[in-house]
Design a protein around this ligand. Structure first.
Ligand code: NAD
Length: 370
């Protein structure tokens, strides 16, 4: 298979971690007989420096023509970078919003998985962690409260602010379909999270999700109120497979879910449109404090590349080979400094990339010695 990937290294540690993800993709391609070609575009602070804007129309067009996009991260030191004191639409992060909008990426997928080897970093008690957890939060990304009409006005001498939360059947259906598709590739359970005891938008959400569920008899659907879900995440995280929810609930719950894994450098994410096209990126930012020092953890970006193989290219076996390589490298005790623990072997960004690439097994279950 030949796949055209647009890479966006971005700012800070972005170039270092994207380099390692491409290294791992190339090795998976070599072992399994695929060719990945890369075209790099600028986004974020580096694009502002080169072109005066965080994302040019040409760069966006190039991304549109790719099979998938792999992003590092954008942005400088918060409060202390040359890109901070500028108009909001000229800041590095405006590039992110522009590319999400330009590519119509309405579905955001964030896995939260607890590696046994990193369980000590999890803030939950051992009896709650149990056998660990492995969930995906599927969050609607382009509708709801963050995109509704808003205004602030004076009423009877008092300022009054109004935000509106709107969802159409179409917006709910397309994200629900994504969630059920993903669940069908996993443990076949969807927990749809809403506030249907109060909100009309949540009642519509429930109704449409139930309609979509009829098309997936192999997937179990349960509904959960968002306040209960926030509690269940820290009381019994192992119960979840795919959590499906709207924009603001997903914003909050996905941060909660990532916190309980205990390690920001390990968390991948994908944003997808109605086709198989997706933008894959780590959940963390550009970490300017450690940029250029060969200490950043590249695993979140490498796992994002594995998600790209699974969800954009249907290369499930290859994605599993990368995930198994990450697991094996951790089992052998290799750690970047952010996840370092007593008795382990500390390695830098590039060495971690090398190790994961070297641990990709052939379809026959052997290591490729070349
Ligand atoms: P951050 O995620 O960049 O860093 C938070 C902390 O985690 C820092 O101490 C950093 O060193 C550490 N960290 C992050 N990723 C790491 C990794 N892979 N390995 C080891 N340590 C890691 O968040 P921040 O400091 O709030 O933001 C820095 C910049 O990133 C800001 O400009 C922000 O706007 C931007 N940002 C970009 C994205 C994105 O591109 N999608 C997302 C979040 C933040």
């Amino acid at each position: 298979m030949e796949c055209k990937i647009v890479t966006i290294p971005g700012d800070g540690i972005g170039p270092e971690i994207v380099r390692e993800a491409c290294k791992v993709l190339d090795q998976a391609g070599r072992v399994y007989g695929h060719t990945f070609s890369y075209q790099e575009i600028l986004m974020g602070g580096c694009s502002i420096d080169a072109h005066g804007v965080p994302l040019t129309q040409e760069a966006l067009q190039t991304a549109k023509e790719a099979d998938a996009v792999l992003l590092g991260a954008v942005g400088g030191n918060v409060g202390n970078s040359r890109w901070y004191d500028v108009a909001p639409d000229l800041r590095p992060e405006a590039g992110l919003l522009a590319i999400r909008k330009g590519l119509n990426l309405f579905a955001n997928m964030r896995p939260a998985y607890l590696y046994r080897e990193l369980a000590d970093a999890c803030p939950l008690k051992k009896e709650i962690i149990g056998d660990g957890f492995d969930m995906v939060i599927m969050r609607e990304l382009t509708g709801g409260l963050y995109f509704g009409e808003r205004r602030t006005r004076e009423v009877d001498g008092q300022l009054q602010a109004v935000d509106t939360l709107t969802y159409s059947e179409h917006e709910i259906r397309r994200i629900a379909v994504k969630a059920f598709d993903i669940a069908a590739k996993r443990r076949c359970k969807v927990t749809s999270v809403d506030k249907a005891n109060v909100l009309d938008s949540s009642r519509l959400w429930r109704k449409v999700v139930e309609q979509v569920a009829e098309e997936y008899p192999q997937v179990t659907l349960e509904h959960m109120l968002v306040d209960n879900c926030a509690m269940q995440l820290v009381m019994n995280p192992g119960q979840f497979d795919v959590i499906l929810t709207e924009n603001m609930f997903g914003d909050i719950l996905s941060d909660e879910a990532s916190m309980i894994t205990g390690s920001i450098g390990m968390l991948s994410s994908a944003s997808m449109n109605e086709t198989k096209f997706g933008l894959y990126e780590p959940s963390h930012g550009s970490a300017p404090d450690i940029a250029g020092k060969d200490v950043a953890n590249p695993i979140a970006t490498i796992l994002s590349a594995a998600m790209m193989l699974r969800y954009s290219f249907d290369l499930d076996r290859e994605a599993e080979a990368i995930e198994a390589a990450v697991q094996q490298v951790l089992t052998e005790g290799y750690r970047t400094v952010d996840i370092m623990a007593e008795g382990c072997i500390q390695v830098g960004t590039a060495r971690m990339g090398d190790l994961i690439a070297e641990h990709i097994k052939t379809p026959g279950g052997e290591y490729d010695e070349k």
